[in-house]
Write a protein that binds this ligand. Structure first.
Ligand code: SF4
Length: 450
């Protein structure tokens, strides 16, 4: 354990506005405007651009010394005016930064004043308080999703549609989830939907506002849905959009872990079978059987895997699950973000497989790398911010989650469902096989010759 108080050395998470921006990017015709200094939006654009390999437009109110002392109202109004003129958005999603929150900006007041002064109609403006010191990207994602739902949903009622609320998943994973929903023949509203906005195809002309995203009309109808399926088992109750819809509109809620691995994917399929009343489609049954076959094929190699897992709570829970199911030994499992649910959840997951391992929450890479060395980890799973451990200690990293900025294809990588889990399992096992083939001569030499 660390001896320091209030000190993070190389944090294993990103700040709250990053999560907010990711959600706004999943709303149709939504432009993101960050109220704060330029550096914050540059940091977020940079991470998103290298992960998704797309142009990432995020505007900034560009708060400077003057705005910090006298208030940022003029900057924000000017930014709003420019954004509306240039992008013609249907929604402007405003996310605040440390600076704007610290000087105590009255966001609602400034926005109301702006719309009254400019007499602008037909544009929704949604402001979310998201100071960097207020939480991680993980919190920012679900908190913003909840505030968006609260903002748009005004009425209950009856509709056969199902709300599907997702966390920070790749566009490829979201497309795969949509295919699964279609196989169950379920009508749904998926939110936030970055499957097109952050992974569009090549076009002849640059479109400032990418196509895709959850339509506003669908967001408004979420209070009428037959059920809500929320991929986010570790989300705090106060940040859960699904719990809000349940409490405000009586919509049954299924809260599920990220569907990576057998148990977690089974949980998703069981929920969908129950909601649709149709049973699990044959295509999915076959995918499950193929995944089981892959698990059997790979298990004889995996016991050599001593794994260090890090990232956001959903990712680490699901990654630990797939490792335990496939005979890998988790050694260190670390959540960068603070989270009240992850440690008990990992305890109970470990107990169900009769395994114990080091569990950390609200931690940093300094702490993680110490435990990684002490426990003899030979395989890492997490975002590419942990890649320095590969450089320093020679431990290979399977890049999963957000951000992955030193490899191509993170935006289309599929790790969910039986098919995605199979691909992830193959990747993990192949790394162990590589290690074995590359080192067995040297190990034999060391053990028996010298
Ligand atoms: S932590 Fe605060 S100052 Fe730093 S990027 Fe995030 S919002 Fe900006």
């Amino acid at each position: 354990m660390r001896n320091f108080v209030n000190l993070n050395v190389n944090p294993c998470n990103m700040c709250m506005p990053m999560g907010a921006a990711g959600v706004f990017k999943g709303i149709e015709h939504c432009m993101v405007l960050m109220h704060g200094s330029q550096g914050c939006s540059t940091y977020i654009r940079r991470h998103m651009a290298t992960h998704y390999n797309e142009p990432i437009d995020i505007a900034s109110s560009s708060l400077n010394e003057k705005g910090t002392v006298y208030g940022g109202s003029a900057n924000l109004k000017k930014a709003l005016k420019n954004v509306i003129k240039l992008y013609r958005p249907r929604v402007v999603g405003i996310t605040t930064t440390c600076l704007a929150e610290t000087i105590g900006e009255d966001l609602g007041g400034i926005i109301n004043e702006f719309f009254a002064e400019e007499k602008i109609k037909g544009i929704d403006c949604l402001a979310v308080s998201s100071p960097g010191y207020g939480g991680s990207q993980y919190k920012g994602h679900y908190y913003t999703a909840r505030k968006t739902v609260e903002h748009f949903v005004k009425n209950g009622g009856k509709s056969p549609k199902v709300n599907v609320i997702v966390g920070s998943m790749s566009p490829g994973d979201i497309r795969h989830l949509k295919e699964i929903l279609s196989l169950f023949d379920i009508a749904y509203t998926l939110f936030p939907d970055i499957s097109e906005t952050l992974d569009g195809g090549c076009q002849e002309y640059y479109n400032r506002m990418p196509e895709g995203g959850t339509p506003i009309s669908a967001l408004k109808e979420m209070g009428k849905a037959a059920a809500t399926l929320e991929i986010g088992a570790m989300v705090a109750d106060e940040d859960s959009p699904g719990l809000y819809l349940k409490e405000a509109y009586g919509i049954p809620l299924y809260r599920l872990p990220l569907p990576i691995g057998l148990q977690n994917t089974d949980a998703l399929m069981e929920a969908l079978a129950g909601i649709s009343g149709r049973g699990v489609p044959m295509k999915i049954r076959k995918e499950r059987a193929r995944y089981l076959d892959a698990m059997i094929d790979a298990h004889k190699y995996n016991a050599e895997g001593r794994v260090g897992i890090f990232g956001d709570p959903e990712l680490i829970y699901a990654a630990t699950s797939i490792c335990l199911e496939n005979c890998f030994t988790p050694c260190v499992v670390a959540s960068g973000p603070a989270n009240g649910k992850i440690l008990p959840a990992l305890d109970s997951l470990g107990s169900s497989f009769n395994r114990d391992f080091i569990k950390l929450a609200d931690t940093d890479f300094e702490t993680i790398s110490k435990h990684v060395q002490d426990t003899g980890v030979n395989l890492l799973i997490g975002p590419s911010d942990g890649a320095f451990m590969t450089e320093k200690f020679g431990i290979p990293l399977v890049r999963t989650g957000f951000p992955v900025h030193d490899r191509m294809g993170a935006q289309r990588k599929v790790v969910i469902g039986y098919t995605g889990s199979m691909q992830l399992l193959d990747e993990l096992t192949n790394i162990l096989l590589d290690q074995k083939h590359q080192t067995f001569r040297a190990n034999l030499h060391k053990a028996y010759w010298r």
